[in-house]
Design a binder for this molecule. Sequence first.
Ligand code: SF4
Length: 601
Amino acid sequence: MQARGWDELDVLFISGDAYVDHPAFGVPLLARLLEAEGLRVGIIAQPDWRNPDTFRVMGRPRLFAALSSGAMDSMVNHFTAARKIRRDDAYTPGGKAGARPNRAVIAYTAALKGAFRGLPIVIGGIEASLRRFAHYDYWDDKVRRSILIDSKADLLIYGMGEASLKEVVRRLQCGTPFSALTDIPGTAHLASDLPEKVTILPSFEEIVQNCTAYAKAFRLCTEQQHLPLTGPTLAQRHGNRYVVVAPPSPPLEQEELDAIYALPFTRQPHPTYRERIPAYEQIRFSLTTHRGCAGGCAFCAIGHHQGKRIQSRSISSILGEIKRLGQHPDFRGTLTDLGGPTANMFGVRCRRPDRECRRNSCLTPSPCPHFDPSDRLGVDLLRQVRTQKGVKHAVIASGIRTDLLQQQPDYFADLLAHHVGGLLKVAPETIDAGVAAIMHKPNADSFIAFLDAFRKACDRLGLRRAVVPYFMSAHPGTTVESMIEVALFLKRHHLKVEQVQEFTPTPGSLSTCIYHTGIDPFTGQKIHIPRSPAERRQQKALLLWHLPESRPDILAALQRCHRTEVADQLWGGGSKGREKQNSSPRKGRGEKKGRRSPPKR
Ligand code: SF4
């Protein structure tokens, strides 16, 4: 501040992550955005929330303070799926845990209020965004109030936030009092009286008592999420107050996105840090090519946060960023990722963006006729990037949606030939038809077709590549019996799962709503929830059937399901004949016994 001749800030940012001036870190990105608007901004990273003085080091800001827990929800960051404390934190120097509090948004807001009496506080980022309504919290195992109520913040910005934050600043600069910021898209505020023309959600008190009311509230919130600008304003009563949520901001136009990534990021951590920041090491030479995800996987909240419509940067903007990256002293020519939430969605689009669309996914249960999966822009991007001066390797490390990849033959070939190493990591998550439908993932037939296309492409191109599949255990709808079929499928297709993600009910996702209520909010269908530690353990062991340490749990699972003959199929010799009889996982024993049919959305 002294070097810039500033005697005060306009906006003070607080971040739960280390300060890394890189566009992959949300708070530094927003700070650069406001700086470009001519504002004086400062960032305090990972302050000591127990000491208000650490929040005062740059003085009281003129307009407001804005805070985020960081790139992750602080509870997801701190605890495993088994609710055990994590020992590390990738977003902190030295990877050390403990630099931010549990429920960081609440703790930081309280500290800021203690440091600056009467200063307006704006909360944002993934933790605030996905907890804007009353929501189920896995770590408390109860429905919690909106984070606006619990934190006592003055305004909440949800989604990616750039447009809403700029509008907040613009209005304040024009003299609008903070209390009048009640209709900005992408924001939520508290009101004592019920505003006019709002859709009323079941109240906090109702959804605590009643799972059907919870599911209805979730459904209405999701529908609003799909209708930027045109959606209803929602109000949810908490006691004698209302949480009022305006419809989302519209997706950014390509020029707006390009302008953000052209801001003068140093792409370096703050110079005071002496220890490495693991998350930075991972992304320092990666590029974000687009935002949004059209897949709508039920367990993932990215669609809720970034939106379903794909917002792609222009190729010239990406090439310009690579050129600037070439000046980084440590860049040796390897781009560690060219991606977004799903790498092969770069350049895909909705042909009817003006249409009001309430679908959760453009791809499931069947591809939307308005979805254009063309790989023309994606292929163009890859070709231009790998021939760019100074680029030796350009890796695609972001997730790939395999059902989409099958509609993108040129991208598929380029990906295999130039942009992955020996292993292609894909995340089918399940091959059980019923669970795939609940997850909004492609089913087993689609995955088998992908494996077939993958092997043919490798043969044609003369490449030695292998697929590493990621699967999920304990997702709503998954039974031990269905997981036995998954284990047999893996064995049949010579696939070894290296990592299993155990389902964690994170705030805001459809799967979390199902986990809490036991029903699909869109169909009303009852769904099995694997809750007991024994069942969760057995499901995970079945995915890792090839590891000797999994055997005791697998044997217990087989006994429980009266399927002890499967042990021989998995580990015994001469299993081929039996496998042949059971070659389709969808026609296996589970289906004969009346497995549910996929829910319709
Ligand atoms: S109309 Fe179809 S392609 Fe467009 S957003 Fe909706 S589901 Fe996706």
